[in-house]
Design a protein around this ligand. Structure first.
Ligand code: ASP
Length: 495
C-alpha cells in the first residue's frame, strides 16, 4: 500500500461524536505501530472557521479576475443577487478541488444559474497565484458544470495578501502556510452572502445538500441571515496527492460526523521503535471508539481484535481478507441485479493474492450461488478456501479462460494482479495483462449482468468499457461509502 500522510481532523457539533483511528501500515514497515496524531496539531493552530454571520465584506477590496482585469468585490454585488463565496487556492492538492467540485455538484441540481439568480466568487487565498491559473480552473469547472452561460457569473479571483486578508478575516476563515510541507493548512466551507455583501450562512464540508444550498441562497437573496448549521470542520493538511483521495473509511466517518485520527506514516511513529501490534492497538483505543486497521500481514486484524477492548474493523490484512469490501460488493450485486440467490458469479484475475475475492467468495457461500474462478494457474483461488466452500455445498468451477463461463455469468468480478505481493517479479511479468476486458469481450456477456472491480484497476478493464451500463465499478465505489457508514453506525450502536 502506498502510504500517504494526512492528518484529517474533524470537529463535529450535534453529531455522532465518535472518534475512529484509522491505521494503515506500509508494507515495508514492521508489523507494529503507534504514536498518535491526536487533537489539533500545532500546524493547525489558528486554522478553521469562526462564523461571522452579519459581517459586511470589504466591497472595495480589489483583485484581478481570471482575465487579469482589476475588479473590486463590490462589482459583484450590484444587481440584488446573493453570492456564494469560496476561499481556496488553485494549486491545492486536495480539499479545494473537493470544495469546488462539491459546489458544482450542488449547483448542477439547482434551477438557478450563476450570473442569473446568484453569483459565485472563488477567491484564491494564495497571493502568489495568477489570473492565468485562475482562468484554467474556471474553464475546467464551467465545463464540468455544463452550463457555459455560468461563466458570466462565476468569478475566479486572485490578489495580494492585504486584500485577501481583508476578506478572510471578515469571514473568519483561518489558514496557514506550512513551510515544511509547502502547502496551506485550511478547512472546507462555502459562505452564502446577501446582495449587499453581508455574510449570511456557512455551509461546511465538501458536499452541500442542494436543498440547503437553495434555501440558503433564497434566504440570503431576501437579506436574511442564517442560523448556524451543523459544523463539521475538515482540515486539509499533509496530503500526498499520489493517493488522490481520502480513504473510504475516513470519508464515511466524516459523513457521519465523527472525528478521525489517521495514522499512515509509520516512520514518524513508534513502529519505527519496534512497538508490537497488541501494544499499538491498546494505545490507539485509549483515543478512539473504533480502530479501522489495514495491515500487511494475514491474521493481523484477528490479533488486534484479541487484544483490543474496542471494535476492530479489518480494512485488509495482507493477502488474507477484506470483509468490508465483501459487504459493499454484495450490496452492489443486490442494487444492480435485485437479488443474490440464483446468480452465477465469475471471479477473474488474481484469486491467489486478491483478498477481496477471498472475502467475497466466503460471503457468497452463504447464499445459493454458483462460483466460477478464472485465473492463470499460479494465481488460483487458495485450495483451502475452495475445499471449505465445497464442503458447504457451493458449486465452484475453476478454469483459465473466460469463454466457457461467460454466457452464464451474472456478475463478472475482475481483480488486479497484485504486483506488490509477488516475491518474484518475473512471475508477475508472466501473468500481468493476462486478462483485459474490452467492449468486444463484453459482447459475449448477458445484456443484464454486472461488471465489478474493487479498484484500483491497472489495465484489467479498458476505459472504453466504462460507458457500458453494465460497468458497475464506480457505483460499487459509491455504495462502499454508504455500506461503511452503515457498518460504523452499527458498530457504534447508532443504527
Ligand atoms: N482495493 C482492494 C484492496 O485493498 C483491491 C486492490 O488493491 O486490488 O484489496
Amino acid at each position: 500500500m502506498r502510504s500517504f500522510n494526512i492528518i484529517c481532523a474533524l470537529i463535529a457539533r450535534r453529531t455522532l461524536a465518535a472518534t475512529v483511528a484509522i491505521a494503515a501500515f506500509a508494507f515495508t514497515a514492521p508489523a507494529s505501530q503507534a504514536q498518535l496524531a491526536t487533537g489539533i496539531p500545532d500546524d493547525l493552530e489558528g486554522v478553521g472557521i469562526t462564523e461571522h454571520v452579519g459581517a459586511k465584506l470589504p466591497l472595495d477590496a480589489s483583485f484581478r479576475d481570471e482575465d487579469g482585469k482589476m475588479v473590486t468585490l463590490g462589482d459583484y454585488f450590484t444587481e440584488e443577487k446573493p453570492a456564494i463565496l469560496t476561499l481556496v487556492y488553485f494549486d491545492c492538492p486536495m480539499l479545494c478541488s473537493l470544495v469546488i467540485n462539491g459546489t458544482v455538484d450542488a449547483i448542477k441540481t439547482l434551477k438557478y444559474t450563476p450570473g442569473s439568480e446568484f453569483e459565485i466568487i472563488t477567491l484564491s487565498f494564495d497571493p502568489t497565484e495568477t489570473p492565468t491559473l485562475a482562468k484554467l480552473k474556471k474553464q475546467s469547472y464551467i465545463k464540468e458544470y455544463g452550463r457555459p452561460e455560468a461563466a458570466a457569473g462565476w468569478h475566479f479571483l486572485t490578489g495580494d495578501e492585504t486584500n485577501i486578508k481583508r476578506v478572510t478575516e471578515t469571514v473568519g476563515f483561518g489558514y496557514k502556510w506550512n513551510e515544511k510541507m509547502q502547502q496551506y493548512a485550511h478547512s472546507a466551507a462555502i459562505m452564502i452572502i446577501t446582495p449587499d455583501g453581508t455574510v449570511s450562512q456557512y455551509l461546511y464540508g465538501i458536499a452541500y445538500e442542494p436543498q440547503t444550498l437553495r434555501l440558503s441562497l433564497l434566504a440570503a437573496s431576501q437579506g436574511k441571515l442564517g442560523t448556524p448549521l451543523e459544523k463539521i470542520l475538515m482540515y486539509c493538511f499533509h496530503f500526498d496527492s499520489s493517493e488522490g483521495k481520502y480513504t473510504p473509511s475516513a470519508l464515511g466517518i466524516m459523513r457521519l460526523g465523527g472525528s478521525v485520527i489517521q495514522i499512515n506514516e509509520v516512520r514518524y511513529s513508534s513502529v519505527a521503535k519496534g512497538e508490537s501490534l497488541p501494544d499499538t492497538v491498546r494505545t490507539l483505543e485509549c483515543y478512539a471508539d473504533i480502530i479501522v486497521l489495514r495491515h500487511p500481514e494475514v491474521g493481523s486484524a484477528a490479533v488486534a481484535a484479541e487484544h483490543a477492548r474496542k471494535p476492530i474493523i479489518n480494512a485488509g490484512d495482507g493477502t488474507g481478507e477484506h470483509p468490508t469490501q465483501a459487504l459493499l460488493d454484495i450490496f452492489t450485486i443486490r442494487e444492480e441485479l435485485g437479488a443474490i440467490d440464483g446468480l452465477t458469479v465469475t471471479m477473474l484475475g488474481d484469486l491467489r493474492y486478491g483478498r477481496t475475492v477471498h472475502s467475497l467468495a466466503r460471503l457468497l457461500g452463504r447464499y445459493d450461488v454458483r462460483l466460477n474462478y478464472v485465473s492463470p494457474e499460479i494465481l488460483r483461488m487458495p485450495a483451502e478456501l475452495v475445499a471449505q466452500l465445497k464442503e458447504q455445498g457451493v458449486q465452484q468451477t475453476e478454469c483459465d479462460s473466460l469463454e466457457p463461463v461467460m454466457a452464464a455469468t451474472d456478475v463478472l468480478y475482475v481483480t488486479r494482479i497484485q504486483k506488490e505481493r509477488f516475491t518474484d517479479l518475473d512471475e508477475y511479468e508472466s501473468v500481468k495483462g493476462a486478462y483485459v476486458i474490452t467492449p468486444e469481450i463484453m459482447q459475449g456477456f448477458r445484456p443484464r449482468m454486472a461488471l465489478m472491480h474493487p479498484l484500483p484497476r491497472v489495465g484489467e478493464i479498458a476505459p472504453e468499457v466504462d460507458s457500458d451500463p453494465r460497468a458497475a465499478y464506480f457505483r460499487q465505489m459509491e455504495y462502499g461509502l454508504y455500506v461503511r457508514m452503515a457498518l460504523l453506525a452499527m458498530v457504534l450502536g447508532k443504527a
